[in-house]
Design a protein around this ligand. Structure first.
Ligand SMILES: [Zn+2]
Length: 276
């Protein structure tokens, strides 16, 4: 199937989209690009210098997802994905223009309609922020928990003039994390740090971005490292950048980042997240 796309440029942001895309949706993406770029640079020193974003009709989006990206199931797949075929290319972001939750067979057309009416702007901005963060992080060889944690942090930031306020934790995520931490079997940070991308794969219910505990815990750790410890600076992240460096064990790598044994960090992190 062929689809014709129009290019709208905002400086170094290119958005490819079909001709009947509402201009307001392009504006939301442009604004999100600006705020993510400023905030990412302020809080981590990482630069996003340009981006190619495809805002696609659902059928084309799904086709690209399976034929180009080669995935049929991904936690973010219903909405967007950041993709780079290999390190010699720039990455691109694909966004599903028809923002949708992953419906079940029992979801009625009316429920879908209501959900979209309430969520298109919010979801467009969140998905764009999340995927643009992944795009900015592509040159860095960072583990999955850190990549997903940062993407969620910027997705949830509260807009404050032209930058994002990252210091107020997302109340829903915090509540879920606290509930899980108080439960009988919280996820151990050692398991989170060792987790590969597959552990983040999960089906999600209507209106939820993800039900995965790995997502939740990676958000909690990254929020804490950024806001409470100011540790995710460019300098600290540089240790992950050098591809030639020997990769130590993920636990040792983390301990070097936080400057203490994992068990001590885990106790302090847990106590502080529960006290928020
Ligand atoms: Zn992600």
């Amino acid at each position: 199937m062929t689809y014709s796309l129009v290019l709208t440029r905002y400086g170094d942001l290119n958005i490819y989209h079909s001709s009947h895309t509402p201009s307001i949706q392009l504006k939301w993406i442009k604004e999100t690009y600006d705020t993510v770029r400023i905030s990412l640079h302020q809080s981590t020193g990482i630069s996003l210098t340009h981006a190619n974003v495809y805002l696609l009709d659902e059928a084309q989006y799904i086709e690209i997802l399976s034929e180009v990206v080669g995935i049929d199931l991904h936690p973010e797949w219903t909405q967007g994905v950041a993709y780079r075929p290999d390190t010699s290319y720039d990455g691109v972001v694909y966004i599903n223009k028809v923002m949708s939750a992953l419906w079940t067979t029992s979801t009625s057309e009316k429920e879908k309609h209501v959900w979209r009416g309430e969520n298109v702007e919010k979801t467009t901005r969140k998905v764009a922020a999340h995927e643009l963060t992944h795009l900015a992080l592509m040159p860095y060889d960072i583990p999955s928990w850190l990549n997903e944690g940062l993407a969620q942090l910027f997705e949830q930031g509260q807009l404050d003039s032209d930058s994002l306020r990252l210091d107020r934790p997302d109340p829903k995520a915090l509540k879920r994390l606290q509930h899980d931490l108080r439960g009988k079997r919280p996820l151990r940070l050692a398991d989170l740090l060792r987790a590969r991308q597959e552990a983040f794969l999960v089906m999600h219910g209507p209106g939820r971005t993800s039900s995965s505990r790995h997502y939740l815990y990676s958000w909690g750790v990254v929020y804490y490292l950024t806001v409470h410890r100011s540790l995710l600076t460019r300098q600290a992240l540089d240790q992950y950048v050098d591809r030639r460096a020997d990769r130590p064990d993920p636990i040792k790598r983390f301990e070097r980042l936080v400057g203490m044994p994992l068990a001590k960090f885990e106790r302090e992190w847990r106590a502080e997240m529960l006290a928020l």
